[in-house]
Design a protein around this ligand. Structure first.
Ligand code: BES
Ligand code: MN
Ligand code: ZN
Length: 537
């Protein structure tokens, strides 16, 4: 093949440092201090405002300012609360008041003339919840694009670790910037975030936050990679890199092995492409774990491009289908972080990778294939390819890996997006505890899910006249995301199973809070939060 080699300009995630020193004692061009609205300050902030006379805020007349406020007054001669009033600012979550600081001789000067600060930002924290901290972090990140170093006391003003973590994740995720294939790279995002006034104990929380955000960042990079570069073999190479970097076993099955071992779904979907399918397994063993430690299997849909196959998509819906491997990217992102987060359970990541193309040997609507567990399936629409590759992965996990639980992640159906839009993923599960744990992890991490039912009556939609089952709803029952979930469910047999349909949330159509337009890698944060809390017994 050979040909043109694309050279990407990579961008590194924002670095985060913890500094015991105060806001202005660390060198930075821009500094940011937290502010809270008057009405929430009483609950959100225990200590009185440090910057100004506490009566200014405590009286209920104006907002509160957090640590660092006094330094602004003393060193820069600013009156932040007065400025907020002038700007009509309230301190709601994500509100930013930007105050330029001029050099001496060019307008207003800093009081002692010793600071390099060019700008002061007041960052609204609303009700002081983790969600507000995440939102504030994202807004702050957007306000400082192109800045080298930002010093802030927002984290120092936080009440607990979950707020610090949410804030750091918000900043790092919102500064996400794609490496591009442009000959001249664009402006880099924020380079270093310095958390001033934070003691050493916080560094563990910060390390976890940056690990999670970097995993999410990495998964987003995989999602955005164009499909002329990424194919199943390319994904396998990335998995090898992850395994190498984090001391994990990686096992890749190529198309010959897949055919020989009976992975009929992967083979059928992959055969329309000149770039053959792969089943990739990444194995994480927690150090020193007992033999009977729970085993979590994560399976990701890895369609590196979904043209629809012979049931070809129209141009518009096809245009974004390089992102149809988001589930795989999420699984790979999660596996890249489990060791650093000290996850206590065994985790296997399975990536079912194939390119769905209408090539000369493509599968046809009405073909009958056999999945890994022996179930025969009548393929009725080659655009419902995700369930075919995932069924093999789930069946393989159940038959060979002795999983305690299987969770799959997939951009499976447009119907999930129709039902829930862009803020909630569709969650299905055969196990209430598992579903509740995932819902909670989703709330905590800012990746929200909504549980939908595995409706018994709808099973009849999957009847086939020639095979064990059909694979789409020919009875026109509606509920397309549910039908997709019902198809997958049978391959999990009696193993507790959950399915996350991220078709709606996998892409952001515009910048929104910590999300950046494009692939969101939805699920990395929620699954890591869930795994972190997963007991070893
Ligand atoms: N990858 C698509 C689902 C999708 C749609 C993801 C929009 C992200 C955004 C999937 O393979 C697909 O084509 N599903 C079909 C299923 C149908 C043929 C039963 C769909 O949703 O239309
Ligand atoms: Mn499809
Ligand atoms: Zn697809």
């Amino acid at each position: 093949m050979g040909g043109i080699v694309l050279d990407e300009n990579p961008v590194r995630p924002t670095a985060v440092e913890v500094a015991a020193e105060g806001l202005l004692d660390v060198a930075a061009e821009v500094v940011a201090v937290p502010v809270w609205p008057a009405d929430t300050a009483a609950e959100a902030v225990q200590a009185p405002a440090s910057g100004a006379d506490p009566d200014d805020g405590a009286g209920g007349s104006g907002p509160w300012i957090g640590p660092g406020g006094a330094e602004l007054v003393d060193a820069l001669g600013l009156d932040p609360l007065w400025l907020m009033e002038r700007e009509n600012a309230s301190g709601r979550a994500g509100e930013i008041v930007s105050i330029p600081i001029f050099d001496e001789g060019r307008g207003a000067s800093s009081a002692d003339g010793e600071t390099d600060v060019t700008r002061v930002l007041l960052v609204g924290l609303g009700d002081g919840s983790p969600a507000s901290y995440r939102k504030a972090g994202a807004a702050l990140a957007r306000a400082v694009r192109g800045v080298n170093r930002l010093s802030t006391t927002v984290a120092a003003g936080a009440e607990d670790d979950s707020c610090v973590r949410a804030f750091v994740e918000g900043v790092v995720l919102a500064t996400f910037s794609l490496g591009t294939f442009r000959s001249k790279p664009g402006k880099p995002p924020l380079i270093t975030l310095v958390l001033a006034g934070l003691g050493e104990p916080a560094s563990e929380t910060v390390r976890k936050a940056t690990t999670v955000a970097s995993a999410s960042w990495y998964a987003r990079e995989l999602v955005h990679m164009p499909s002329n570069v990424k194919d199943p073999a390319w994904l396998a190479e990335r998995a090898e890199e992850i395994g190498h970097a984090h001391g994990m076993d990686v096992y890749v099955r190529d198309e010959k092995k897949l055919a020989a071992e009976g992975f009929g779904g992967l083979v059928a979907v992959g055969m329309g492409s000149s770039r053959p399918p792969r089943l990739i397994a990444l194995r994480y063993e927690p150090p020193g774990a007992p033999a009977d430690v729970p085993h979590v299997v994560l399976a990701g849909k890895g369609i590196t491009f979904d043209s629809g196959g012979l049931s070809l998509k129209k141009s518009d819906p096809m245009a974004t289908m390089k992102t149809d491997m988001s589930g795989a990217a999420v699984v790979m992102g999660v596996l890249s972080a489990v060791r650093e987060l000290g996850v206590a359970v065994r985790v296997t990541g399975l990536v079912a990778a194939a390119e769905n193309m209408p090539g000369r040997s493509a599968q046809r609507p009405s073909d009958v294939i056999m999945q890994y567990d022996g179930t025969t399936v009548e393929v009725l629409n080659t655009d419902a390819e995700g369930r075919l590759v995932l069924a093999d992965a789930i069946a393989y996990a159940v038959a060979e890996l002795e999983p305690s639980v299987v969770v799959d992640v997939a951009t499976l159906t447009g119907a999930a997006a129709t039902a829930l839009g862009r803020s909630h993923a569709a969650l299905y599960s055969t196990d209430d505890t598992l579903a509740d744990d995932l819902l909670r992890a989703g709330e905590e991490s800012g990746e929200r899910m909504w549980r939908l039912p595995l409706v018994d009556d709808y099973r009849q939609a999957l009847k086939s006249e020639v095979a064990d089952i059909g694979h789409i709803d020919t009875a026109k029952m509606g509920g397309g995301s549910i039908i997709g979930a019902l198809f997958l469910e049978r391959f999990a047999k009696d193993v507790p199973w959950a399915h996350l349909d991220i078709a709606g949330v996998g892409r952001a159509d515009k910048n929104r809070a910590e999300l950046v337009k494009g692939g969101t890698a939805f699920g990395v944060r929620a699954l890591l939060t869930w795994l972190e809390s997963h007991p070893a017994k």
